[in-house]
Design a protein around this ligand. Structure first.
Ligand code: PLP
Length: 265
């Protein structure tokens, strides 16, 4: 069977972000996605109206059903929604229910691209501190990176997370809208090991962060090194954004939905 990535992520009914993004991106990376659903959000492609988190025991039971059945070799988390869910996932690592050294891509989701809340930021940030040391790679946007580290400078912030135990941090400047091209830095154990510059494409995208993190997780699952996974994911995500669908062509500021049914070259 293809290697399995177990994702802890929320349902976005518009299909742009969340667990649908995970399933599509991981499938395109050549792995199989299994999902423990953490929350059901109420949202369109443009706006979050609310969400109902799943109880931590329900999420754990979903994860256990998968872990006892499928050859899971990578974990990915997106929207966790509550501190109970973050603590539950931390315990799965701490108690070695998830095997030691299993690659873990942690996308520390706090808010949607549209600005809508996907949990209480202050309590989620505090709870993430115990989960971060289990992460192989954290993929925050600039807002999340500053919130998690308490640092404004992105390089200092990434180094601080590494000093606190996170193996690697992928810094993405895509949310700093006054910057030109998008820069990405990959910090491993506090050192920058890779830097890339991506073109800033016109438009805002719904689910680009989930897609990138999941594609990386899928590539790690099939055996890529971290640097190779990031390089391949950058090429793939750029294509999905270039081919993105616009649900509201009459609205200049509409958020576009990445077209993830695109093969990396
Ligand atoms: N997870 C869920 C369930 C979401 O609804 C969203 C955003 O709407 C996200 C994650 C984060 O999405 P993005 O990839 O745009 O950061």
């Amino acid at each position: 069977m293809r290697p399995v990535v177990l994702c802890f992520s929320g349902l976005d009914p518009s299909g742009g972000a969340g667990l649908q993004a995970d399933i599509e991106a991981i499938g395109q990376a050549g792995a199989h996605a299994a999902i423990a659903c953490t929350a059901v959000t109420i949202q369109s492609s443009q706006q979050v109206f609310g969400f109902d988190p799943c109880h931590a025991e329900l999420v754990r039971n979903q994860a256990m059903a998968v872990l006892e059945d499928l050859p899971v070799n990578t974990i990915k988390s997106g929207m966790l929604g509550t501190t109970d869910n973050i603590k539950m996932l931390t315990r799965l690592f701490a108690n070695k229910v998830i095997k030691k050294n299993t690659p873990f891509v942690l996308d520390p989701v706090l808010v949607a691209n549209s600005g809508g809340s996907l949990g209480d930021e202050a309590t989620l940030v505090a709870a993430f501190k115990t989960l971060l040391p289990y992460a192989t790679l954290v993929t925050p946007n600039t807002h999340e990176l500053r919130a998690l580290s308490g640092e404004q400078d992105l390089h200092v912030a990434a180094q601080k997370l590494c000093a606190q135990g996170t193996h690697a941090v992928l810094v993405k400047t895509s949310h700093d809208f006054d910057s030109g091209d998008i820069e990405q830095y990959l910090y491993v154990k506090g050192d920058m090991v890779h830097k890339s510059v991506l073109p800033r494409l016109d438009g805002e995208f719904h689910g680009s962060g989930c897609s990138l993190a999941s594609y990386i997780a899928g590539r790690l699952a099939i055996g890529d090194t971290l640097v190779d996974a990031v390089i391949t994911a950058d090429a793939w995500i750029t294509q999905t954004l270039r081919a993105a669908d616009n649900p509201h062509p009459d609205q200049p500021d509409a958020q576009l939905i990445p077209n993830r049914f695109i093969k990396a070259k």
